[in-house]
Design a protein around this ligand. Structure first.
Ligand SMILES: Nc1ncnc2c1ncn2[C@@H]1O[C@H](COP(=O)(O)OP(=O)(O)OP(=O)(O)O)[C@@H](O)[C@H]1O
Ligand SMILES: [Mg+2]
Length: 256
């Protein structure tokens, strides 16, 4: 039996014993990485930005009824609207609370950035896992002990067709497994209208948040992205207006 299944079984047993979720204790053996850049990265967040991210988290919480599995995908209609920035900072804000465990997953395989932001290597990530070249425990980096982990994108080969990689039993398995250990699983992706795998990834999430760069993207384009997510059985939660005056993201529920 693999280490993960072993861990899962033990977690199930402890769940039965104490009647609670197994999320308090780390069960997946992970690669140990020093906190590195995480601290510096956090310092770039001013109070207003932090406050608006807390509001974003609250808005997400009120919409996700399944508290055991808050798997949220972040995307946008087109490139460069701030997906990675919002997702990474939101993860830091949740981790700051020190009560919930967060896993960030970099599914933006076209332009992966999270490993750079957090200063970890990207030798193996979700691509290797989905190609059967790595196990789950080989691709999880600890950013903050007990509160925040990261799965990087890994190395995309030019011959890798990403759509079938994500549309797979392995992807479903990964989401199912990590949901057992983390209170929040935040997934950064490529733009929904530009990457075929993004709407597929949305189908594994409890909900999808669409980042909009204020004043840039046309309403019709945003609507097309939402329709695409929903066509693939994803659940659209709402939009975040990013880079508004003072850089304050604002969550707007289903009003586009
Ligand atoms: N709220 C913000 N305040 C200041 N700068 C921001 C903000 N949001 C994004 N940026 C900057 O805008 C640029 C694009 O942001 P980011 O990389 O997060 O976008 P993205 O949607 O992930 O892009 P891609 O589609 O290429 O993955 C980055 O240089 C980032 O630092
Ligand atoms: Mg990005």
């Amino acid at each position: 039996m693999s280490k993960i299944y072993d861990a899962l079984r033990k977690a199930e047993q402890s769940k039965k014993k104490i009647g609670g979720k197994p999320k308090g204790n780390r069960r997946i053996p992970v690669k140990s990485i020093s906190a590195g850049r995480a601290g510096t990265f956090l310092q770039n967040m001013d109070d207003d930005f932090r406050r608006s991210l807390r509001n974003l988290r609250n808005s997400i919480d009120t919409q996700i009824k399944n508290e055991d599995s808050r798997v949220i995908m972040f995307t946008s209609s087109v490139k460069g609207e701030g997906k990675t920035t919002i997702t990474a900072f939101l993860a830091r804000v949740i981790a700051l609370g020190e009560t919930d465990k967060v896993l960030l997953i970099d599914c933006a395989v076209d332009n992966p950035e999270l490993h750079k932001l957090f200063g970890v290597d990207n030798e193996k990530g979700i691509i290797e896992y989905l190609s059967g070249r790595a196990k789950l425990e080989d691709i999880i980096h600890t950013i903050d002990e007990n509160v925040m982990d990261l799965i990087t994108s890994g190395q995309r080969d030019s011959s890798d067709v990403t759509q079938p990689l994500f549309n797979s039993a392995l992807m479903a398995n990964l989401i199912r497994e990590v949901s057992q250990y983390y209170d929040y699983v935040l997934i950064d992706t490529s733009a929904a209208l530009e990457a075929a795998e993004t709407p597929i990834i949305g189908s594994y999430a409890e909900g999808t948040v669409i980042i909009i760069q204020a004043g840039k993207t046309k309403r019709e384009v945003i609507k097309r992205a939402i329709m695409l997510i929903e066509k693939h059985k994803g659940t659209f939660l709402g939009t975040v207006l990013n880079r508004k005056k003072y850089y304050i993201p604002e969550f707007i529920y289903k009003r586009v």
